[in-house]
Design a protein around this ligand. Structure first.
Ligand SMILES: Cc1cc2nc3c(=O)[nH]c(=O)nc-3n(C[C@H](O)[C@H](O)[C@H](O)COP(=O)(O)OP(=O)(O)OC[C@H]3O[C@@H](n4cnc5c(N)ncnc54)[C@H](O)[C@@H]3O)c2cc1C
Length: 312
């Protein structure tokens, strides 16, 4: 049994690498972009337009969930294009407020120009935060972690407290990053980490990532600030909830976050038990890299895609 489980893990790890590597291939990209929405991307993405997304956010609220949304996109290299992204996010923020939805925004700094100029990403971010709604900065590939944390700290120093960010359990550096952030009572989302990173900087073995996640979750819950535990891993969620119960951490201090389309029954079960569950619900025409990361996390999703392709 243990040998079968080990084999399964090894096959999944190789498939994950293959999917994340294939994601960069132009041929794969053009094929998936052309047919992907029809074939099943809609399971993970709330449509290509803001109107479609708002309808999904409303439905999630009606089911008892909180939600966030992201206009999909990353790695913008044209300063003019970031202006359009910021304008689009202003529209999203205003629309969420106008519709009275229990939803906020999570975004990527490379979408706001981080690869062009850190100052530009900072300025774009502070402009959005000045609208008053909470915004979380996602964490991207390891080369962006320092700049992302620098920008987060600068925003907080300017008194913009309606901002949160993300730490990735697979990175060896994360316990130190967490320690330096805790005095600020930060609003942090903890994830395992979605990118292909080198074993020099990130745990290559899933068991080590899971253990790191559990320890970081406990440090966050024992510390100050708001904790967003973003994972579909039921045993890690149970372990964190048990820790919170045993240490008298009030339920208002943490929330559980999962992705739209992933483990919906678990999302519902946790919400019914009275936990705050936020469903991360992205939208937009640039859904390709997001979809490939979701397929990489669970190669079985690829079967779901292939079945739809065959059906036709
Ligand atoms: C709300 C949210 C925000 C995130 N933000 C970031 C971020 O800013 N930066 C970043 O690097 N990563 C982010 N991630 C992704 C994260 O790093 C992981 O890649 C992802 O959550 C999969 O890991 P897991 O914790 O669910 O655990 P896993 O061990 O991968 O999965 C646990 C179980 O959940 C199910 N499952 C997991 N993923 C899928 C899937 N895609 N489809 C179907 N079933 C699945 C499977 O049954 C699996 O057995 C985010 C994840 C969530 C939920």
């Amino acid at each position: 049994m243990a040998a079968v489980a080990q084999l399964n893990t090894a096959v999944n790890a190789s498939l994950r690498k293959a999917i994340l590597a294939a994601a960069d291939s132009r041929r794969v990209q053009s094929l998936v972009r052309r047919h992907g929405m029809r074939l099943g991307a809609a399971r993970f993405v709330a449509g290509e337009s803001l109107d479609e997304c708002i309808a999904v956010l409303r439905r999630l609220n009606e089911q008892g969930f909180h939600a966030n949304t992201t206009l999909l996109g990353e790695g913008v290299l044209e300063p003019g294009a970031t202006e359009q992204v910021v304008a689009a996010y202003e529209q999203v923020i205003d629309r969420i407020a106008a519709e009275g939805l229990r939803a906020n925004v999570a975004l990527k700094l490379t979408h706001l120009g981080l690869e062009i100029d850190e100052e530009l990403a900072f300025a774009n971010m502070s402009r959005l935060l000045r609208r008053g709604s909470f915004i979380r900065i996602d964490m991207e590939q390891s080369q962006f972690v320092d700049a992302t944390l620098r920008i987060y700290l600068r925003l907080r120093e300017e008194g913009l407290d309606n901002v949160g960010t993300v730490l990735q359990a697979y990175l060896y550096r994360t316990p130190e990053d967490l320690e330096s952030l805790l005095p600020l009572a930060p609003n942090l989302r903890l994830v395992k980490g979605a990118y292909l990173e080198s074993p020099e900087i990130a745990y290559p073995r899933k068991a080590d990532v899971d253990e790191a996640y559990a320890r970081l979750a406990e440090t966050m819950l024992a510390g100050s600030g708001h904790v967003a535990l973003a994972t579909h891993d039921e045993s890690l969620i149970d372990r964190a909830i048990r820790f919170a119960d045993e240490h008298g951490v009030p339920r208002e201090r943490f929330e559980l976050q999962m992705l739209y389309g992933v483990r919906p029954q678990l999302q519902l079960a946790l919400a019914r038990r009275g936990y705050k569950v936020l469903v991360a619900t992205p939208y937009g025409p640039e859904w390709y890299p997001y979809l490939m990361r979701r397929l990489g996390e669970r190669p079985a999703n690829l079967l779901f895609f292939l079945k739809n392709t065959l059906r036709g």
